[in-house]
Design a protein around this ligand. Structure first.
Ligand SMILES: Nc1ncnc2c1ncn2[C@@H]1O[C@H](COP(=O)(O)OP(=O)(O)OP(=O)(O)O)[C@@H](O)[C@H]1O
Length: 606
């Protein structure tokens, strides 16, 4: 077997199973490093893990596809809509250790002979429509540490699953009958709840009958229930599910030893475990992905991903989450939305449709009563704010003039693109250096598009945000395209001066960057404005002055005197064009704006 065979098996699988989100499995690219959800062995010779949760697969798993990946150790097809029987040919996957098929629509009996998978460690087949009995062969799996068969329609007696390593078990909400084997009495009662089984305790020999089975509820059934009853059921099922899931995932996380999950981080943020889990259990509240998103994850992935707090922003906490397949994403937890679900979805729909190299793509969002999340890619170089104002020690990398120009031009192009959306009406509303990142070409790109208009008014303006706000803006939700231009002008000043929009001097004097630049320029000490770090670059003075002029036109006090973003892009490209021979916009030489003879500012009245 060689990797080429595995590649063909994967392509056969993808091409023969319908899926609603596209996978970046280009036959001409390298399987091991580029294909979403695929992990290879260290020597790159075989595929050892396939993780494709939440890809929108539906239909039966095509025969003789995945089963050809004979070196496969991890298979995760969770949270799809896969139907049909458990694939018989999976018995060829002799090295399988982790099998996650939960939240699908598999039906029919479980495989009779589990002993073919000698290495199986974690099996999760919960939330499907499996029926028939639990095969006794499961007890031959000596490595098995977690088995979740909850929320199926399994019948018959529970076999003696007293394997030494089994630490997590969930058989709840099936149609099981009879007496729970003694070897399983070490597990909590919640493991068996929702069946018709009894437990005989050796101490008093009194049978305890477990509550009867509650059939799985589909969203269609839910409609028949009153809101109160529904709430009750959700809370009850959630609480039961939580215990099983929590223990199950704790084991997984401990095994992977990857640190705190985002779920716990969210809970620390003030949400009760029941509420947190009711989110994961509610099939209607799925992450909404945008077209072209190659990510293969679902809410469950996010909640259990290893997470790190990035910081608290104006609209809530941001977390970096590392998913099962190693992808890093940023999850922003939005607090205090000012709009309802429909308006939020509409706005996210507009933002998610923007595909531009200078706009950080919104990959997915999530909306429920308790939680509103947005998901975008993680930019490892950090924000422009961190680059400009972060650690100034010896190991600090200074932003070169070339980089600053690339940031300015890129961010301007991104913002100009945003302004063309929603019938030329979309507003960013929160342009600032902590929302600007560097893309793979080291060009600036902007994040947090369109959030300000769906969030509540910020009661007490945060000083760092206030420095970017146009003078006419009193309500943060009512930002306009001209006010975005003002904020962009402040960003340009920040790039030129390396000073924060509002900062204090050593004598505790509060300095407002725009006013300070105005006063310095008015006194004709223009040279004093620029970051001292820039002075080491030869022959850039003229360009710096040009950039300063553009910045000053953007921060004009009167909104109608500010240029449009398309104009700003053109002016910035002209500055850059002087550095590069190639013509970036294709504009003829004659249409470029003339270079200033002498630095002049438009009267801004500040
Ligand atoms: N996509 C991303 N990649 C890397 N870091 C990010 C990303 N998005 C946000 N961050 C970082 O996470 C931290 C918190 O971001 P967040 O956007 O919540 O707050 P902010 O930018 O400080 O303020 P605001 O909410 O007003 O935008 C910031 O340091 C920000 O630079």
């Amino acid at each position: 077997f060689v990797l080429e065979d595995d590649k063909r098996a994967l392509l056969d699988f993808m091409n023969n199973l319908a899926h609603s989100r596209s996978l970046n499995w280009d036959p001409n690219s390298t399987v091991c490093n580029q294909w979403t959800g695929v992990t290879c062995s260290e020597d790159g010779s075989r595929v050892i893990a396939l993780r494709l949760p939440g890809v929108g697969f539906h239909g039966h798993i095509p025969a003789n596809t995945i089963s050809r990946l004979s070196a496969l150790q991890i298979l995760s097809l969770r949270s799809n809509g896969i139907s049909g029987p458990f694939p018989v040919d999976f018995s060829n996957l002799k090295n399988l250790s982790f099998l996650y098929l939960q939240f699908n629509q598999f039906s029919g009996p479980l495989p009779l002979d589990f002993s073919v998978w000698k290495n199986l460690t974690i099996v999760n087949l919960s939330n499907n429509r499996f029926n028939g009995s639990i095969p006794g062969s499961v007890s031959n799996l000596t490595h098995l540490s977690a088995l979740n068969l909850a929320n199926n329609s399994l019948i018959g007696q529970i076999p003696d699953l007293g394997m030494h390593n089994l630490q997590v078990l969930d058989l709840s909400n099936n149609l099981l009958t009879g007496v729970v084997p003694k070897s399983l009495h070490k597990f909590p009662k919640s493991v068996f709840v929702g069946n018709n089984v009894s437990m005989i305790y050796s101490s008093d020999e009194v049978p305890i009958v477990m509550p009867p089975h509650q059939p799985n509820k589909s969203p269609r059934d839910d409609k028949k229930l009153s809101d109160k009853a529904l709430l009750g059921i959700i809370v009850a099922v959630s609480a039961i599910g939580f215990i099983g899931f929590a223990v199950f995932w704790i084991i997984c996380c401990l095994k992977r030893n990857k640190g705190d999950g985002i779920s716990s981080k969210l809970e620390k943020g003030g949400m009760s475990p029941e509420k947190a889990i009711s989110r994961t259990q509610d099939a209607n509240n799925r992450l909404v992905f945008f077209e072209g998103c190659n990510y293969a994850f679902d809410l469950e992935d996010l909640l259990r991903a290893s997470a790190e707090v990035l910081g608290k922003g104006t609209f809530g906490m941001s977390y970096k989450a590392i998913l099962e397949d190693g992808t890093s994403v940023v999850v922003k937890r939005l607090k205090d939305l000012s709009v309802g679900k429909r308006e939020f979805e509409q706005q996210m729909g507009i933002v998610g449709s923007i595909k531009h190299e200078n706009v950080i793509e919104l990959r997915a969002y999530y909306y429920s009563k308790d939680e509103k999340l947005t998901v975008c890619e993680y930019y490892s170089q950090g924000s422009v704010a961190a680059m400009l104002h972060g650690h100034r020690g010896e190991d600090r990398v200074t932003l070169t003039w070339e980089t600053r120009l690339r940031i300015a031009v890129g961010a301007a192009r991104g913002l100009a693109r945003v302004h063309t959306e929603a019938g030329m009406k979309l507003v960013h509303g929160n342009i600032k250096s902590s929302n600007i990142f560097l893309n793979s070409q080291n060009d600036g790109c902007i994040s947090d598009v369109g959030l300000s208009s769906v969030m509540s008014q910020i009661a007490t303006p945060i000083a760092r945000a206030a420095g970017y706000r146009a003078p006419e803006i009193t309500d943060t939700r009512k930002a306009t395209q001209p006010s975005d231009v003002y904020s962009f002008g402040v960003l340009l000043l920040e790039l030129l001066t390396a000073k924060s929009p509002v900062h204090t001097t050593s004598g505790d004097e509060v300095i407002h960057l725009v006013r300070w630049v105005h006063s310095v320029v008015r006194e004709e000490w223009t040279g004093e404005v620029f970051d001292v770090e820039l002075l080491k670059y030869p022959n850039i003075e003229e360009e710096m002055v040009e950039l300063l002029q553009i910045a000053m036109s953007c921060v004009a006090r009167a909104a109608d005197q500010r240029p449009k973003m398309t104009e700003v892009v053109r002016m910035l490209e002209d500055v850059r064009r002087n550095k590069e021979p190639e013509n970036r916009t294709g504009l003829p030489e004659s249409s470029r704006s003339p270079k200033p003879e002498k630095f002049e500012t438009k009267s801004s009245g500040i």
